[in-house]
Write a protein that binds this ligand. Structure first.
Ligand code: UTP
Length: 287
């Protein structure tokens, strides 16, 4: 299965850093955000990556290609191992599609139509970093294989956060799996049908593309995938899946801090230091 990474957004919430550096290259410790999403995809058995990028984000393309000078330099200094995690990507299949204008997440996905072809495909938003025992995308693929219906990842969010998400309700057909009956993009708390929030992992079927094209005729604002999914729900069953694991929102500044701390606590080489640091900070009454 192919996987689409829509990474053409402007990243306004991380300005000024994102003026020159794509948001997806900002590191969580020493690894760019995008690499976490790619590793999850690889661990889920996927190897065909489609990036929807924007002008000015060429660093993202360069990141997953070899850099001869750096390779030579590291070899000379016996430090080639420092790129170990990255080298495995050099052999994978990448394609890049330009979204000339940031017309929305749905618009970005529509641009993948030709590259995806007539098969189901995965979508991953690197802003959502998921720490889990089993890769989140592998869990999603398993649900798709079982039910052969489009699948969207979900988690429960505190009521106050509801207006930031796509929110759905529906009936459960298995543990963690529900058929979506209602879906609304960023509702007011009072109008929300639940606190089940859409997270950035999807398995979509190619019948979403004509619907995205129709959505494109709407006036004004960004083209949202949610609007096309609402149309898709009239034609076929769309499933929601509560993945196992914990998701961090690295796409906001506060979420970024939280992500950084949790990854630091998760990683063996940084765990003890971070624990000590947090304990010492908590003890300091001046905080
Ligand atoms: P966001 O809503 O997080 O937008 O997009 P953003 O530009 O990345 O960040 P802010 O809100 O300006 O800070 C959700 C996902 O959809 C992609 C983004 O790159 C991100 O992965 N996207 C969004 C596109 O590919 N194209 C668009 O036109 C809009």
């Amino acid at each position: 299965m192919k996987i689409v990474f829509p990474v053409a957004g402007v990243g306004t919430r991380f300005l000024p850093a994102t003026k020159e550096v794509p948001k997806e290259i900002l590191p969580i410790i020493d690894k760019p955000l995008i690499q976490y999403a790619l590793e999850e995809a690889v661990q889920s058995g996927l190897a065909d990556f489609i990036f929807i990028t924007a002008p000015g984000k060429e660093a993202l393309e360069r990141y997953f290609a070899p850099n001869r000078e750096l390779d030579e330099f590291l070899k000379r200094h016996r430090k080639a191992h420092l790129l170990d995690g990255l080298q495995e990507f050099y052999r994978k299949n990448f394609s890049y599609i330009r979204q000339e204008q940031a017309l929305g997440f749905g618009h970005a996905i529509a641009l993948a139509e030709k590259a995806v072809g007539d098969e189901a495909f995965a979508i991953s938003l690197p802003d959502d970093l998921i720490l889990s025992e089993r890769p989140a995308m592998a869990q999603m693929l398993e649900i798709y294989e079982k039910y052969r219906s489009p699948v969207i990842a979900f988690m429960e969010v505190p009521r106050a956060d509801i207006p930031r998400y796509g929110i759905a309700a529906g009936k459960f057909i298995a543990e963690r799996v529900f058929q979506i009956e209602k879906l609304v993009e960023k509702p007011a708390i009072a109008d929300a049908p639940s606190n089940f929030a859409v997270i950035g992992r999807y398995i979509m079927t190619p019948d979403i593309f004509p619907l995205l094209r129709e959505t494109a005729h709407g006036a004004g604002a960004e083209i949202q995938l949610t609007d096309a999914v609402i149309q898709l729900m009239k034609k076929r069953r769309v499933l929601g899946y509560f993945f196992e694991g914990r998701r961090f929102d690295a796409g906001t500044t506060l979420g970024y801090i939280e992500t950084l701390i949790h990854v630091a606590l998760h990683r063996e080489d940084t765990r003890d230091f971070t624990r000590r640091l947090l304990r010492d900070l908590a003890k300091n009454e001046k905080l």
